[in-house]
Design a binder for this molecule. Structure first.
Ligand code: AMP
Ligand code: MG
Length: 488
């Protein structure tokens, strides 16, 4: 009996057919005492995997990297990119791609182990990951999925039975991550810097075939590729902004060509609205602050465009002109996705000239009165205003009148407007204090029930049911700001 027939593995390994420079073949490093901590049954089902079969000793061995599923061709991917603006050779230093699962509906999904041991790209690192950060990635990526934001997903977390050394000893873990691919801006940068123009072309053709088959016949398909990636990033980052998500480390290795959110390290959701919000302990300049994310998206896309120059036109000057024209569209696209999302958040179903001012005025007040981002929109949705500085202010009363007058200008019913608001304004986001509480119980006490309950609530962010109420509450005021750390 094979894994394939029992567990549902159905691998193809197209990435392994790329030139050898793009990866290193190797197996995950086995661990001593793997234990399955959490398994995503719904995701498994959508991948065509047999959840019952995989929640077994055999499945645990697979998710730990001790045993290979049938058809896997394990490899670490090479990439090189800008970290905080500085270029470096990177690559999967603690991850192994097992292969691409072909799902029952014909999708191709990467199955990757994260924390699976050293690789040729590990540099000084141990190739391992700690339980806390892997559970954190699980919680936040699954919450993003429920919020309707493109993202990599989390299939399973196992503990390894081995401690890893960070500032203290921490329990080691392996996360099984799925993604529509792990192609990154940094994969292209690697090809452009260490490969030939032919390597870049091969990678671009592979990417088009895998993610953008509709543009294959276009006159300048490489320009189309650039335009498509710009469009998806503009849409993705607009979605982040609309829910107050801060990625925290938007290096070019953490920007996926597919337009999925990838690499959940020091990310976190903003409570109090402030464009300058930064959680990551290493982001001292605020490069990746909430309000800077759209700009950094454009910066990363410019790095992507540079790698495509030889493919865009044989005359370099002309190629630069083509790339610049495409990049010029990014800001406008971001703005239009964002504005459409903001209109929905305010229940505005048509477009009026005054909308941008109305929105800007709201943000000005939210900033001045230190309003909670998520709860402000929730209060507007239900017209249920707590006694906060914002809602008690004269400015808000005036703004509210303008908003109601504006809503009155649309032909569609108030009920529809309210429905759109409900499905655009989540009640529950993974608030930092809730995530920390769940991780603390899991890591320090081996109690996973807090996390499981949190995951259940996060799976229905737009339900607005009374049982979710406690998850909407704000943290106790704290003297020290919330800080996040890279998951290394
Ligand atoms: P990240 O911050 O997770 O995006 O990782 C940035 C780079 O550091 C990637 O090349 C990772 O593979 C590598 N890296 C992170 N943690 C480790 C580790 N513990 N061992 C080896 N490489 C690592
Ligand atoms: Mg990364």
């Amino acid at each position: 009996m094979t894994n394939r027939s029992e567990a549902g593995w159905n691998f193809d390994n197209s990435y392994a057919w790329l030139p050898k420079t793009f990866y290193s073949s190797l197996n995950p490093t086995p661990v001593s005492k793997p234990k399955l901590i959490i398994f995503n049954e719904k995701l498994a089902e959508s991948l065509g995997l047999n959840g019952r079969n995989l929640q077994s000793e055999e499945g645990t061995e697979i998710f730990a990297g001790n045993r290979l599923p049938d058809g896997a061709v394990p490899l670490a991917q090479a990439y090189a990119g800008h970290q905080f603006g500085h270029f470096a050779m990177l690559g999967d230093g603690r991850a192994i791609l097992l292969g691409e699962q072909i799902t029952p509906d014909g999708k191709r999904v990467d199955i990757q182990l994260k924390g699976s041991g050293r690789t040729p790209y590990s540099r000084g690192g141990d190739g391992r990951a700690a339980l806390g950060p892997m559970l954190r990635e699980y919680i936040i990526s699954e919450s993003m999925q429920a919020l309707g934001i493109p993202t990599t997903r989390s299939l399973a977390v196992v503990t390894t039975g081995e401690d890893i050394i960070r500032e203290t000893l921490l329990p080691g873990a392996v996360l099984t991550r799925t993604a529509s691919s792990h192609l990154r801006v940094a994969t292209f940068q690697y090809a452009a810097n260490w490969g030939t123009d032919e390597d870049v072309r091969t990678l671009a053709d592979y990417t088009i075939n895998r993610h953008y088959p509709d543009i294959e016949e276009n006159e300048n398909r490489y320009l189309s590729l650039l335009e498509e990636v710009i469009k998806r990033q503009a849409s993705l980052i607009a979605k982040w902004q609309l829910v107050g998500f801060i990625h925290g480390v938007m290096n070019t290795d953490n920007m996926a060509i597919s337009g999925e959110t990838i690499d959940y390290g020091p990310c976190a959701f903003m409570d109090t609205y402030d464009p300058a919000t930064v959680f990551s302990s290493i982001d001292r300049q605020g490069r990746y602050a909430y309000g800077n994310q759209p700009y950094i998206g454009g910066w990363n896309l410019a790095r992507f465009a540079e790698t495509l120059l030889p493919l865009l036109h044989e005359d370099e000057k002309k190629a630069i002109g083509i790339a610049e024209d495409a990049l010029a569209g990014y800001n406008e696209q971001f703005q239009s996705y964002w504005l459409a999302g903001m209109r929905a958040k305010l229940g505005l179903l048509n477009e009026e000239k005054e909308d941008e001012t109305l929105i800007a005025d709201l943000f000005k007040m939210m900033h001045a009165y230190q309003a909670d981002y998520t709860n402000t929109f929730r209060a507007l949705t239900f017209e249920d205003y707590e006694d906060t500085a914002l809602f008690g202010s004269k400015e808000f009363t005036q703004w509210h009148e303008q908003w109601q007058a504006r809503r009155g200008k649309q032909e569609k019913s108030n009920e529809l407007s309210h429905q759109v608001m409900q499905s655009s304004n989540p009640a529950v986001i993974p608030r930092n204090h809730r995530v920390e509480e769940a991780l603390k119980a899991a890591v320090e006490e081996g109690d996973f029930s807090v996390m499981e309950k949190l995951l259940q609530v996060l799976a229905k962010p737009f339900a607005h049911t009374p049982d979710q109420e406690e998850y909407c509450e704000l943290p106790e005021p704290s003297k020290t700001p919330y800080r996040t750390f890279c998951g290394t």
